[in-house]
Design a protein around this ligand. Structure first.
Ligand code: HEM
Length: 118
C-alpha cells in the first residue's frame, strides 16, 4: 500500500509539471487530457492514503495532520492548473504548494509506515 501511494503521488507531481509545460506550449488539448488523468490520480492517492490510515490500530494526531496536508497538496495542484487555464495569477498558490509539499514529505517519511527517513 505504501508503494502504491508513493507511485500515485509521484506520478501526479510529474504530470502536474507536464500539464504546466503543455499549457505554456499552448497545447490546450493535451493540457486538458493530463488534467483529467490527474483527477483520477487524486482518487488513487486518496484511496491508498486512506488504506494506509485504516491499516493502523490507532490513528494519532500526526496522521490526521498528514492527511490534511496531503489534501492541501492535491488542492493546490488542482487550483494552480485551474487558474492557469483561466490565465489568472498563481503566485500565492505556488507558495502554498511548496510549503505543503515539503511538509507532506516530512510527515510521510517521519511517520512509522514504509520508509522512515526523518
Ligand atoms: C500529493 C499528496 C501526497 C503526498 C506527496 C504524500 C506523500 C507521502 C509520503 C512521502 C509518505 C511516506 C511513504 C513511506 O513512508 O514510504 C506517505 C505516507 C502516507 N500517506 Fe501520503 N501523501 C499525499 C497524500 C495523502 C492523502 C490525501 C492521504 C490520506 C487520505 C495520505 C495518507 C498517508 C498515510 C496514512 C501514510 C502513512 C504514513 C506513514 O509512513 O506511517 N497521503 N505519503
Amino acid at each position: 500500500m505504501v508503494h502504491a501511494h508513493m507511485t500515485a503521488w509521484f506520478l501526479a507531481v510529474i504530470l502536474f509539471f507536464v500539464a504546466l509545460g503543455l499549457h505554456k506550449g499552448g497545447k490546450q488539448k493535451g493540457f486538458k487530457i493530463v488534467q483529467m488523468i490527474l483527477r483520477v490520480l487524486y482518487i488513487l492517492i486518496l484511496a491508498t492514503g486512506l488504506g494506509l490510515l485504516f491499516s493502523l490500530a490507532n490513528i494519532s494526531m500526526m496522521y490526521i495532520l498528514k492527511v490534511v496536508v496531503g489534501l492541501w497538496v492535491i488542492a493546490m495542484i488542482e487550483m494552480i492548473l485551474g487558474r492557469k487555464a483561466k490565465g489568472e495569477r498563481t503566485q500565492v498558490l505556488w507558495i502554498q504548494f511548496i510549503i505543503a509539499f515539503v511538509l507532506v514529505l516530512y510527515l510521510g517519511f517521519s511517520l512509522p509506515l514504509g520508509t522512515y527517513i526523518f
